[in-house]
Write a protein of this length. Sequence first.
Length: 124
Amino acid sequence: MPDIKQGEIYMVEIPKSHTVGTEQWKRRPYIIMSRLAVNRAGDNVIGILLSSATHKACQHRILLPAVEIIKTVGSTFNFVNSVALTDQARVLDYQRLELPCIGTLSRNAVLSVQLGLAFLFDIR
């Protein structure tokens, strides 16, 4: 398994049968937010759902302009202005990640998502 780095974006398929209530499902992009050292230590990563529904942006759901997402060479995914749904964080086994990654957040965008997570969890 290649190194899975913080800020990388992978497509992930979550079957409807693996969700309850308002948990997100289908094939969607997830931003990896767990740090590299943690990712190397186990078989799981922490992913944050990326949504194109920009009206969902708020204090903890972070608006990410398309210019802050660097598309991976060869990726056919069309990035648009998006929202990192920090309240839809999910533990993802490596096997769920569709390789290769389709893009990477800019450093500023990663910091913005980290701030959204800090707000969500009341980390000061």
